[in-house]
Structures are given as C-alpha cells and as structure tokens.
Ligand binder design. Structure first.
Ligand code: SF4
Length: 275
C-alpha cells in the first residue's frame, strides 16, 4: 500500500523516481473510484498546453515507450507521488480565480492520463465545478477506456499522433497506431475539440510520407482546431542516463528551422491549421 503524501509543484523536467515503491504496475492498476492516484508534479503557469494560462498536472503511468520521451520518470506509478484527489483539487483551487480571470484552465498530462482514468475524471470534474476550462494530453492508445462520462469532463483533447506509418509508430512508441486512430475518429464523430500534436524527430518521424499520412488523416476532421508541430529537443535526455535507460537519441539534433517549416507547410497544404 502506497503512502499518501503532499504533491510538490515543480517542472516536468525535474526527475522524480522511486517515490511509491509499493505501487502496482501501470498496466495492472484497477481503480474505479479515483480518490487517490499517482502524480509526477504540477506546473502552475504553462502557456503551451491549451488555451490561455494553464495549470498542468502530470500523472504517472504510461504504456508507451517513446524513444524520444522527455519524461521516462512518468512511465511507472512507483515513481510517482501517491496523493488524494481532494489534495490535488485544493492545490488547483488556489489558482482557480487567477486562471478564470485570464481564460485559462487545467490540463492533465503525463505519462498517460487514461492509465488512471477514475482519478483523472475526479480531478477534471472538480476543476469544471470551479469554472475552469479542462484539457487532457493523451496518446490515445487507451482511448477505448474513455467513456462518455469521462469525455464530458474534457473541453479539449491534445492528441499526440506520433506517426502515421504503422511501422514507424511501432518503432518509436513500441505500440500499435490503430487505437489512436480509432480514438481520433471517435472524437471527430462527437465534435470534441482537438489539437493534434506531432513531435518532429529528425531521422525518426520526419519522413515526408509519414507527415503526409497524418495530415491527410486529420485534415477532414472539423473538430481539429490546430495541428501543433513540436520540435524534438534534448531537455529530458539527462533522465534516461540517470535512470540507466538506453537512449537512442544522443546524437539526434533538434530539427532545423527549414525542416519545421517544411512540416508545417505539409500540414497547411493538406488544409490543416498548423503552427
Ligand atoms: S506517450 Fe508521452 S509519456 Fe508516454 S512514452 Fe510517449 S512521450 Fe513518454
């Protein structure tokens, strides 16, 4: 049984490991109540994770293993802090008036938000009750878990589509692309606002055909408000070393301005709002 602790604010680039050694494996968690959960940290003033100023809560637990992940210390529940949903909501409540004033809100990221679906739902619901705009960032791999009650608490989905080519997707994430595409289609069918995010990794995801495949898939979806191209960077690489994980991207550069322009152009040419 994990010990309940207070949640520290901080940065997604702080490394946090081994905080709850008795936690279940992330693929074995069964929790339909959501009163407690495992969190990495929260940031109080992000301008990059949804509209306006955001408080961003990083949940622990992810079933993907992206080769370029910036936060491998969010993969396992055992690395997170075990906290009560009430405690997290109290922290969010401290910022709620300021966030409401500037049209901001709460974004739950990770890790993968749907590993701890009931916990996330409880927090999203509490944030909505405070009058906050709510967003989740997800790979969509566990999208089948998201029932309508969960999605009703979410105003915006930041959907990471990591590649369109199935082989590339498997190579960079270790998983199948199909669940993500099915989740995207479901969100489109229910007109749920979505910002698609694509991490541009030179030598891994930058193939023009790979980009084109995402662009063609997304362009007809009227619910997709933005496609955001996120350039790969090395800010999380120190975590791989500290956690003794094999990192494939020591020598991978950030994409050049020309490459970013080419990829944004591909999305725009297909009819997407891209930036
Ligand atoms: S989905 Fe996100 S948290 Fe999970 S491995 Fe990929 S980049 Fe990391």
């Amino acid at each position: 049984m994990s010990t309940v602790q207070p949640l520290e604010s901080g940065s997604r680039y702080d490394i946090r490991v081994g905080i709850s050694p008795d936690a279940p494996d992330e693929d074995k968690l069964k929790d339909e109540v959501g009163s407690f959960g495992y969190c990495h940290s929260y940031e109080t003033s992000s301008r990059y994770d949804g509209p306006g100023l955001r408080i961003v809560l990083f949940l622990s637990g992810c079933l993907l293993r992206c080769t370029y992940c910036h936060n491998p210390d969010t993969w396992h529940l055992k690395d997170g802090t075990y906290v009560s949903a009430d405690h997290v909501l109290k922290r969010i409540g401290d910022f709620a008036p300021a966030l409401r004033d500037v049209g901001g809100g709460l974004t739950i990221s990770g890790g993968e938000v749907m590993v701890q679906l009931a916990f996330a739902r409880r927090i999203l619901s509490g944030a909505k009750a405070m009058g906050l705009h709510t967003a989740i960032e997800t790979s969509g791999f566990l999208g089948a878990r998201a029932d309508d009650a969960f999605l009703s608490e979410v105003d915006l989905v930041l959907l990471d589509i990591k590649s369109s080519d199935p082989d590339t997707y498997r190579r960079v994430t270790g998983r199948d692309i199909a669940p993500t595409l099915r989740f995207a289609e479901r969100l489109a069918a229910m007109s749920k606002p979505v910002w698609v995010r694509f991490t541009l990794v030179p030598g891994s995801t930058d193939d023009p055909a790979n980009v084109e495949g995402i662009a063609k898939f997304v362009a007809p979806m009227k619910n997709v408000e933005w496609v955001e191209v996120q350039p790969f960077h090395q800010m999380g690489s120190f975590k791989w070393k500290a956690m003794d994980l094999e990192y494939q991207h020591h020598d991978t550069p950030s994409p050049t301005r020309e490459l970013v322009s080419r990829v944004i152009g591909q999305f725009r040419d297909a009819g997407c709002n891209a930036r």
